[in-house]
Design a protein around this ligand. Structure first.
Ligand SMILES: [Zn+2]
Length: 69
């Protein structure tokens, strides 16, 4: 499960994931390239709650992470 959200709604996203999965979620920033310069929304992701450009991905699973065996 993965929720894209803006800075305002990151907590809502966290709550939703915890409610639905009861697993502690992770927050990944979409803006580590250019110091939070996501306002032009070049990534194309938008907040699931308000439609603004997403700043974070809240997820409950490791994707592409080292999954230490
Ligand atoms: Zn939002």
């Amino acid at each position: 499960m993965k929720i894209y959200c803006c800075a305002e709604h990151v907590e809502v996203g966290l709550d939703n994931i915890v409610d639905e999965t009861e697993v502690p979620p992770f927050i990944n920033s979409l803006s580590n390239k250019e110091n939070e310069e996501v306002t032009n929304n070049s990534s194309g992701f938008t907040c699931e709650y308000c439609g603004k450009p997403a700043v974070y991905i809240v997820a409950n699973e490791h994707s592409d992470t080292i999954c230490g065996q």
